[in-house]
Design a protein around this ligand. Structure first.
Ligand code: HEM
Length: 157
């Protein structure tokens, strides 16, 4: 199994890129959507764009990123049997991996927050301002900076 590790890791990073692209784009659509009058052509267009972005790109990318990330952990746990790696528990307990997994929990929670926000736009119940959506848009990128530097530097490992 260990020989597939790098292939799975590469596919994992690709899924993460697609997921992050959606997490950074959807709040930007929300920001412009705040300018649209309820029921107008512009409102309908933004609703379609937001729904498609979430259902066609973001949801599948998040699921694939999770499946491949868990597969990497599983391969490592199998690899431990073959003496390729140390125990998976010790691997997951390293400061850099804990930092990364905390980021994963935040991004997954943020993804769900955006799903609820999209529904609110659909029901014309959004109360957040254009400035709010522009500001919070940076949060996933800040998380990604911490996570990518954690997994590449493996600090404290
Ligand atoms: C969704 C749940 C996720 C799980 C369970 C997960 C798990 C993992 C695991 C076990 C590895 C292998 C680490 C190693 O062998 O050194 C890995 C690699 C990686 N992950 Fe994730 N990950 C997830 C999401 C993410 C996210 C959201 C990002 C970025 C924002 C990310 C970025 C990376 C990168 C860049 C690598 C490659 C590290 C390297 O090759 O040095 N992952 N992931």
């Amino acid at each position: 199994m260990a020989k597939y590790y790098d292939l799975v890791r590469g596919l994992h990073i690709l899924a993460v890129i697609a997921w992050m692209a959606g997490l950074l784009y959807l709040p930007r659509l929300f920001a412009y959507h705040t300018r649209a009058e309820a029921g107008s052509q512009m409102d309908e267009t933004f609703q379609t764009m937001e729904r498609k972005l979430l259902k066609i790109i973001m949801n599948p990318a998040m699921v694939v990123a999770w499946i491949l990330g868990l597969t990497l952990i599983w391969i490592r746990s199998r690899g431990y049997g073959d003496g390729v790696w140390g125990p998976v528990g010790a691997f997951l307990a390293q400061p850099w991996m804990l930092t990364k997994l905390a980021g994963v929990v935040f991004l997954t929670g943020w993804h769900h927050y955006l799903m609820v926000a999209r529904k609110r736009f659909e029901r014309h119940e959004n109360t957040r301002s254009e400035k709010y959506w522009r500001m919070v848009n940076e949060l996933p990128f800040l998380a990604a900076i911490v996570m990518v530097l954690a997994v590449t530097t493996e600090f404290g490992g």
